[in-house]
Each structure stands twice: as C-alpha cells, then as structure tokens.
Design a protein around this ligand. Structure first.
Ligand code: ZN
Length: 502
C-alpha cells in the first residue's frame, strides 16, 4: 500500500468514528428516548477518544511528514495540507490532559448555561464562562498567532479570516446600516401590527404544514434519495457525506412561516452537502468548506430567493390554497419583510440581524485582545446591554434576553458568530454574480430551481473543502469578497418595500 493509500485509510477510519458520533447526535436530537441519553453520551465520548487517538500519534505524524509533496496531485496535496494544519499545527500543540479537562468543562458549562438561562441567574454560569475564556486564552498562547490573538479564533471557523478583514466588514455594517435601520423601523408600524394580529391569531393545521414544507422542499429540489426531513426543538442540518444529509424543522400551530422558512434555510445547507462531488469525499475533502460559506448557501435560499417578491407571490398562493389566508398578498409580503428591533438574535429580521452579530464580534474581540487581562463576566454583561442600547435602541431587562441568550460561548465557540453575518454578505455577492448568468427572478417566478442549483453546484458546491472560502468566492464571483454588495442589497430591497429613496 502506498503512503497516500495508508493515509486515506486512516482518515477513513476517523471518518467512520466521527460519522458514528454524528448519527448518534442526530438520534439524540430527534427520536432517542430520554432515558437513553446518558448511555448515548458515553458512546460518544468513547468514539471521540478513538477518533482522536487514531490520528494524533507519532506513527501517523511521521507518515504525513515523510510524504514528498512534489509527487502529489492537487487533491492529495490539499488533503495533506489540511491534515497538517488541523491536526498537527493546532490540536497536537495543546497537551492532551488539558484538552480532556477542557472538554469536560465545556460539557458542564453548557448545562450550567442552560440552568442559568432558565433561572435568569448569571452567577450560576459566570465562573464556568470565565474558565472557558481562560482556557481559550491559554490555547491561543500554545498554538501561537499572527497580529491579533482573536484572529486565530476567527480562522477556526473561516480560513483566512482575521481581525483586519472582519473590522472592515463590521465597520461597513455599523456605518451604513445603523442609520438606515433607525429610519426604517418607524415606518408602517401600525399596518404591520394589524397584519400580525390577523395572521398569528389563528391556527394552521400541523399535518398540513408538514405537507406544505415537503412540497416546498421538493420545489427547491432537496434530494430525498440522499436526505430526510424530521422534527427537532431547534432546526438544524447534519450529514455523513453527500449521500446521507438530514435536516429538521419545528412546527408551531399559530405560525406556519417558522416551519416553512426553517425548512428553506436548512434545505440550502442540505443542497450544498448533497451536491459535493464524490471524488472530494474520497479524499476527506467532502462537506462545506467553512461556516461562512455554508451559511451563505442557507441564507441565499432563505432570504435572496425565497423572500424575493417573485417567489413570495407563488408562496402566497400555495399558503392560501392550504390554509385560506385572511391577509392579501401585499400584506403577506410586508409581514415577511418586517423590520423591527429586538433583543433576541435568533428572532431578528434580515436587516437587523447583522447588528446582533456585530455586538458579539466587538465583545469577543475585546475579550481576546489582551490575553493577560482578567475578565469580569458581570462587566461583560453590562457592556452587552450598553451596546444593544447604542446600536438597536433597546436594552435587555434581564440576563436571559441579554448575555445568556446564546449557547455558543458556553461551548467555547468564540469566533463563530461572525460567520453568520459573513454568510449573508457572501450570499449577496454570489447572488449578484449569478444574476449576470441566470435571470434569477424569472426562475423564481416559475418556481424553477434546476438552473440555480446547477450554477451553485458548478461554482461552489461540488468542490467541498477542496477550495478555501476565499477561493470559492473568487471562483463564483471572479473577484475577492467585498461587503459592499451586502449593504447595497439590503438598502435597495428595504427602501423599495418601505417606500424610501435609496
Ligand atoms: Zn444555518
């Protein structure tokens, strides 16, 4: 067996461990009985250790570093580069015992976070969050960083992302969007309240919602041959390779828009996974290339395609057929594109959403600017509230709707939030360039997604992790990432809906 064959075999073993974990997690989130959860967690921790030991060892390291890179084809080269970077340049620099302690801390911290959020009591969680932050600072020192310590965390989720690029992006959002939102949020308020009252005060049969969501996912061309849709508390997508892609949604009796748009969002993620070429799966380069690019695919479906008025018209007819709506199309379109400042990120509309991310970005950057500085969680919470008041004009009145609202920090996922906003920005740029080759609105008007999906496959999806996020944007848009498309898209769209001059 050649060295490359050996490496592929070892990576495949790790993938089998990890895919087993993925399937157990899927089961735990969807159908596993409550009493089974403890044992399931035990299996997961066993498999995680196996997966870690399978690649973090001297034998595998020697194998990887003894390869003559000049003999490799481009796919093999990329595979080796990724292994070096992810396993031997990061993971192995952190002492195993410390990493194990950290994993246990994170598991505890997540459950403390949950309890604290329920009881609205920051004290339960604060010491855990502080330790999670301290560990992350320590890890940054172990791994080392260029220019800014926080850049290392950003690049965990988005290769090549650093503080300089992110600052530039968020400044654009801050300077352009905040004044625009302040104007728009006051418009059509009474009309919107009346529409919401009418739309949300009745019931929409859940069985019918399920049928409708299935019909929509088929319109978007979700491939049921390699995918399933189930239910969970919070919608998500998970997969093992391109032939086993699973998404969930959640149904609310008084709000069919929630299940419809979460199905659309997750279908966007799923299509990305389903359309990766087999050859990259084989070289461990399957799956989406980054959090940001993944989110661009869900958001381009959720916002750019399916909140476009051409699509909304058709969606209105569909909903009317299923539920006999009490509001007309114009009211429906306004409802879907409501702008309102709120305290909760996951409930935010398309245009205020990036401000929630901006706030988290600024706080995280501050936490990880000086690695020796002691952090006070109470202080952090105050800063959180001040920023909400400054940027969105509203202030949390308790911890649960403030610093305790997101699970991410309890899991040590610092650097993650930016990819949400970045995803929407990528999506705007991708849409602009796709529109030069395909008359997108005409496709949407006909509920036709085959050309759109084909374009996405050719330019983005099929490459899996073979192309970096930067290369993906360059390949699809023939230029580097620029935040201006995002700001322009939002301003143009909402000016039209709210009758403002651009
Ligand atoms: Zn998503």
């Amino acid at each position: 067996m050649s060295k490359i064959e050996k490496i592929k075999k070892i990576l495949e073993e790790s993938r089998i461990y990890n895919d087993s974990i993925t399937m157990i997690n899927w089961d735990m989130e969807t159908e596993a009985p409550k009493a089974s959860l403890e044992y399931m967690s035990k299996i997961i921790s066993f498999l995680s250790r196996k997966s870690y030991e399978n690649v973090v060892n001297d034998e595998f390291k020697n194998l990887i570093y003894s390869i003559d890179e000049n003999t490799l084809n481009p796919i093999e080269f990329k595979m080796i580069k990724k292994v070096k970077k992810e396993i031997f340049e990061k993971m192995s620099k952190i002492p195993v015992d410390e990493y194990a302690d950290y994993s246990e801390l994170v598991a505890n911290s997540s459950s403390k976070w949950q309890e604290a959020k329920q009881k609205n009591d920051l004290d339960i969680y604060a010491p855990y969050l502080k330790r999670v932050i301290d560990y992350n600072k320590k890890f940054i020192n172990y791994v080392g960083y260029k220019n800014h310590p926080y850049s290392l965390l950003l690049s965990d989720y988005e290769e090549d992302l650093n503080v300089e690029i992110a600052d530039n992006f968020f400044n654009e959002i801050k300077n352009e969007l905040i004044p625009f939102i302040k104007k728009i949020v006051l418009l059509k308020r009474d009309e919107l309240n009346r529409i919401k009252e009418k739309f949300y005060s009745r019931k929409y049969d859940i069985e019918k919602q399920k049928q409708l969501c299935k019909e929509i996912s088929e319109i978007l061309r979700f491939d049921y041959n390699s995918g399933v849709i189930k239910e969970s508390e919070h919608p998500f997508t998970t997969n093992t390779g391109n032939k086993n892609v699973r998404i969930t949604t959640h149904y609310y009796e008084n709000n069919p828009l929630s299940s419809i748009y979460s199905t659309i969002h997750e279908t966007g993620h799923a299509l990305y996974e389903q359309q990766v070429d087999d050859i990259y799966e084989e070289y461990n380069l399957g799956g989406g290339t980054s959090m940001g690019i993944h989110e661009s695919q869900s958001r381009i479906f959720e916002n750019m395609f399916c909140k476009n008025e051409k699509f909304v018209k058709k969606l209105y007819d569909l909903l009317d057929k299923y539920f006999n709506l009490d509001i007309n199309y114009e009211e429906f379109n306004l409802l879907l594109n409501e702008v309102d400042t709120s305290l909760i990120r996951t409930e935010a509309d398309e245009i205020t959403y990036p401000l929630h991310v901006l706030i988290r970005y600024e706080l995280e950057k501050e936490i990880f600017t000086n690695l020796d500085e002691e952090i006070s969680i109470e202080n952090l919470s105050n800063k959180w509230n001040e920023k909400y008041e400054k940027y969105l004009g509203i202030k949390p009145t308790n911890y649960s709707e403030g610093i305790l609202q997101d699970i991410h920090w309890s899991q040590g996922a610092f650097g993650y939030f930016s990819s949400y906003a970045l995803g929407s920005a990528y999506a705007s740029q991708i849409y602009t360039f796709m529109n030069k080759e395909i008359d997108i609105e005409k496709e949407l008007e006909n509920l036709e997604f085959s050309n759109i999906n084909k374009w996405l496959k050719e330019k983005i999806h099929k490459y899996g992790k073979y192309l970096s996020p930067k290369e993906v944007i360059k390949n699809a848009c023939l230029e580097d990432f620029s935040p201006k498309y995002y700001v322009n898209y939002l301003k143009e769209k909402y000016s039209k809906i709210y009758g403002l001059e651009v």
